[in-house]
Design a protein around this ligand. Structure first.
Ligand SMILES: [Zn+2]
Length: 343
């Protein structure tokens, strides 16, 4: 049996840096793992916890990396099974992490430490409410010896500044298509790998309901492409109906965002990261927009899922974005024609 670390793909240089610091006794006691959701931040926090408590650290035979958790000793196994007396994992209770949960943490760190180290993982740390955060400030600033806080979030800018300033931020990135394909193994479908946008969580969800997500992809592409040349009335109506679920909203926003990023890539002379002709055409059409306009459009797209979650009318949001896309495209075309005329 192997330690959890060996089950994780991607972000290997981030992992190596932290494990190296840990082995040298230089690990910051309060860490903030930030980066897209579904890229293994929480799993790596658990792997790091294993390294901190393992009773039988051993050197890897394959590499010259430092000692790693064995995955087999009692301490390692209890971490993996979620039964470790050295680990406390805190998640939001409803929409927030509340003061009662902060008190549980304070109680946990006031007890006698049993193993080599004690780890508190706070998942979705951006949901710590003010009261809970205030109760934890002192402990986060200076945890007791051998105590480590690992805060995990996909929304680092939303973590309270008082918390952020007391942590060392570690940035995780989206996985590459090859890494996603490796995780999916036999189930690999090139469309899923691409649509997962670097998130293992997405890849697994897409694998479970491919048809549903393919329809979303098609509707999003039809909507975004049409918006560049005309007002997409029918496309808005279709897409709006498909965007009832939060996962669908995030997925579609991600697709349009990737389309805009591909526009930027083409501007820079790079190939678009998509194999789908429709999205290549979309990227080609948006490559004529100024980076500033592309940035503004990206901000609007990024805000979509949050605004939909706040129950703002979905049709209205899609119509507004369509108007922005159309306006940007018209401006760019006028500009391009002028340039071509001067050729
Ligand atoms: Zn072990």
């Amino acid at each position: 049996m192997a330690g959890l670390l060996e089950k994780i793909r991607g972000n290997s240089s981030v992992h190596a840096t932290l494990l190296d610091a840990e082995i040298r006794g230089r690990l910051a006691p309060t860490l903030l793992f930030s980066g897209p959701s579904g890229v293994g931040k929480r799993l790596f926090a658990l792997a790091l916890a294993q390294n901190l408590v393992c009773e039988n650290l051993r050197s890897s035979e394959l590499t010259n990396l430092g000692p790693r958790a064995c995955g087999e000793c009692g301490a390692c196994q209890r971490i993996e099974k979620g039964q470790s007396e050295s680990l406390l994992v805190v998640e939001p209770d409803g929409a927030q992490i509340k003061i009662e949960q902060a008190r549980d943490i304070l109680q946990f760190i006031s007890l006698q430490k049993l193993g080599r180290a004690r780890i508190i993982i706070i998942d979705q740390a951006h949901l710590l409410n003010n009261q809970a955060a205030n109760a934890l400030l002192k402990s986060l600033e200076e945890p007791p010896a051998g105590t480590y806080f690992i805060l995990v979030t996909a929304l680092a800018p939303s973590v309270l500044a008082t918390i952020r300033s007391r942590t060392q931020t570690v940035r995780f990135r989206a996985l590459t298509d090859d890494e996603i394909a490796e995780i999916l193994g036999e189930k690999t479908d090139p469309w899923i790998v691409e649509a997962a946008q670097g998130s293992v969580e997405n890849a697994l969800r897409l694998s479970e309901s491919v048809e549903e997500f393919r329809e979303l992809d098609e509707a999003a592409l039809a909507y975004a492409s049409a918006a560049l040349t005309r007002f997409p009335l029918a496309e808005v109506a279709r897409l709006k109906d498909l965007l009832k679920e939060k996962s669908a909203q995030g997925f579609v926003a991600g697709l349009i965002l990737a389309g805009l990023r591909n526009g930027l890539r083409m501007q820079a002379g790079l190939k678009p990261r998509t194999a789908q002709q429709g999205w290549i055409d979309f990227a080609h059409a948006t490559a004529g927009l100024s980076p500033q306009i592309l940035g503004q459009l990206a901000d609007t797209v990024l805000a979509l899922p949050h605004e939909m979650a706040r129950n703002i009318d979905r049709s209205l949001l899609l119509e507004n974005l369509a108007i922005d896309l159309g306006h940007a495209a018209t401006t760019a075309n006028t500009h391009q024609s002028a340039l071509l005329a001067g050729d």
